[in-house]
Design a binder for this molecule. Structure first.
Ligand SMILES: CC(C)(COP(=O)(O)OP(=O)(O)OC[C@H]1O[C@@H](n2cnc3c(N)ncnc32)[C@H](O)[C@@H]1OP(=O)(O)O)[C@@H](O)C(=O)NCCC(=O)NCCS
Length: 192
């Protein structure tokens, strides 16, 4: 399935279109972008179109394209949705390197968690990052994910074996953090 439009402050999540495929390919040509990804080689245009097509038909995932100021800069998703147990595995790529470090990833993960916990009956989001991917670790933490364990020396990056860090965010923790943030915002508004 494709995800519906979700408007944030910095990003707009929207359903992918077939014409997004050529720009999506270019992200996987850049080793800086793929350094901490499992997909390390660019797919062909046919593979990318096929992936978009297959994804649209898959009832167990929700995929969005990430737009910033009208440009397509990345993709994010809830994969492997387990409806019985209420979980999904999340992933994000901001393929446009020039857009890193501007807060887009953090907002994407927050919007996606809000969607999973308020629009879908999910109770847990699982994810992971390769040790050293500081931006991913921090963006996930800002959306409520916590480390729950590691596969040690699991992934080969730049000539070194690195830990694969498993993370998750539970609906209960997300709701508590959400209430705390809303309370802090109300207090700030009252004090101005
Ligand atoms: C990981 C990724 C999604 C993060 O998105 P982003 O827009 O670059 O991240 P943000 O700007 O929202 O920053 C998130 C946090 O990381 C920090 N950060 C960003 N880049 C950083 C860097 N190079 N070094 C250290 N910290 C960094 C930010 O300061 C912010 O921290 P804070 O919330 O404590 O203030 C993005 O960099 C990306 O797509 N990378 C390539 C693919 C990838 O690794 N995907 C994740 C696989 S698990």
């Amino acid at each position: 399935m494709y995800g519906p439009v979700i408007q944030g402050k910095l990003v707009r999540l929207r359903p992918p279109k077939p014409e997004d495929a050529p720009v999506m390919l270019t992200w996987f040509e850049n080793m800086e972008v793929t350094r901490f990804l499992l997909l390390r080689h660019p797919p062909s245009i046919d593979m990318e179109k096929e992936w978009l097509d297959r994804t649209a038909r898959n009832p167990d995932e929700v995929v969005w394209v990430i737009e910033h100021k009208g440009a397509v800069v990345g993709t994010t998703a809830l994969h492997l949705i387990d409806w019985r147990n209420g979980s999904a595995t999340t992933g994000t790529v901001i393929g446009d390197r020039s857009m890193w470090g501007k807060g887009l990833g953090r907002e994407v993960m927050q919007l996606r968690a809000a969607y999973a916990f308020t629009q879908l009956p999910l109770r847990k989001l699982k994810s992971a990052y390769i040790d050293g991917n500081v931006a991913s670790a921090r963006a996930q933490a800002a959306a409520g994910y916590r480390e729950i364990g590691r596969h040690r020396a699991d992934m080969f990056v730049d000539g070194k074996w690195r830990d694969h860090v498993m993370t998750e965010v539970l609906r209960d923790d997300w709701e508590k953090a959400h209430r705390a943030r809303a309370g802090a915002k109300r207090r700030r508004t009252r004090s101005v």
